[in-house]
Write a protein that binds this ligand. Structure first.
Ligand code: SF4
Ligand code: SF4
Length: 332
């Protein structure tokens, strides 16, 4: 195990940044976000970042290829080139878990997304255990250990005046060996406080498979304003649209995040929309997380980060919904 004093944290990040793009949770305009570390900034490890670091592997907007001559006879340049090496420092166990779900989506079941894969293979994750959950956190209900992070290359614990780093993979070990600001040491793993918010989604997928036409969805959707905040903040949401931008005869194809909460999301070229109202869209969001994803990948597509719980402007709270879905009769 390696130890670093808190006041030497910037030295550690500076060392990482010499060899790799290093992203750290920095407070800017009262918001914590993962930003490239350039030697300056207020590192804030007090709570999780508002925006999950999923955009570091799956950017909000990403050029896929460029073309000339209108794309008919000209040159086409693929831009899924090998990604730069990156270190994501201070990612929380819930967000590490969400990236393993992104791995499921973008790299399994016979499909490999080169854009995602090239970044993922060049990314080192340094997790930070959560000593104290936020009131909106319920990660332990989703089977997450607040101190450990399955999938992280290095697990880090906050010991107050010091931080302890324990490598979990060869890449993590190598990274720690390459810096000279760490000391060898030992430390007790801190004991995390319990999450106050709970949700029990165990076995819910089977029940939901019988609830597609249930009146619950109409009732639930009434308050939703379709803003998409929940999906953009969610570390497991991964829907995207593909578009083309022409500038004269040249142009590029790009993909950008989309949201199943928007009416245009499912609108087809001829104008037909299979999810024409909020009822179908809200239903899809919850069925995707609690039924479709478990059916396809064997796990609920929610890591209990609480971002949607805290930021939905009309207080649509997935923990309450999971509780209500457990209670409601499938026959209504
Ligand atoms: S954040 Fe709330 S209001 Fe906005 S789309 Fe999501 S559920 Fe609806
Ligand atoms: S559904 Fe909400 S609580 Fe669950 S992972 Fe997504 S943003 Fe976090």
């Amino acid at each position: 195990m390696k130890i670093i004093k808190r006041d030497k944290l910037k030295d550690l990040l500076n060392s990482f940044a010499k060899n790799a793009q290093t992203l750290a949770p920095v407070k800017e305009n009262d918001t914590i976000k993962f930003l490239p570390w350039k030697g300056q900034g207020e590192i804030d490890l007090s709570q999780n970042a508002l925006l999950p670091p999923k955009d570091l592997l799956f950017p909000q907007t990403e050029v896929m290829y460029r073309y000339t001559d209108g794309g008919v006879q000209g040159e086409i340049t693929d831009v899924a080139a090998a990604a730069e090496r990156q270190v994501i420092f201070g990612i929380r166990p819930c967000d590490v878990r969400s990236l393993t779900m992104m791995d499921d989506v973008f790299m399994t079941k016979g499909y490999e997304d080169d854009y995602y894969k090239s970044k993922r293979e060049n990314t080192i994750l340094i997790s930070l255990g959560c000593n104290e959950p936020q009131p909106t956190c319920f990660c332990t209900s989703m089977g997450i250990d607040m101190m450990e992070a399955d999938g992280a290359d290095i697990v880090m614990y906050d010991l107050g005046e010091k931080l302890a780093l324990e490598p979990k993979t060869d890449a993590g070990e190598q990274l720690l060996n390459d810096v000279d600001v760490l000391e060898d040491g030992a430390a007790e793993k801190p004991v995390a406080k319990e999450c106050q918010l709970k949700a029990d989604a165990e076995g819910l997928a089977e029940k939901l498979a019988q609830m597609f036409h249930h009146s619950y969805w109409e009732d639930l959707s009434r308050t939703c304003i379709g803003c998409g905040t929940c999906t953009y903040l969610c570390p497991t949401c991964h829907c995207f649209d593909i578009r083309r931008k022409n500038i004269g005869e040249e142009g590029f194809q790009f993909r950008c995040w989309d949201s199943c909460m928007f009416s245009e999301y499912t609108r087809m070229a001829g104008g037909h929309n299979p999810r024409p109202s909020k009822k179908e869209r809200v239903r899809n969001r919850f069925l995707h997380k609690l039924q479709y994803f478990p059916e396809r990948y064997g796990k609920v597509a929610c890591v209990g980060c609480g971002r949607c719980v805290g930021k939905c402007p009309v207080n649509i709270d997935i923990t309450r919904i999971i509780g209500e879905l457990r209670e409601v009769s499938v026959d209504e």
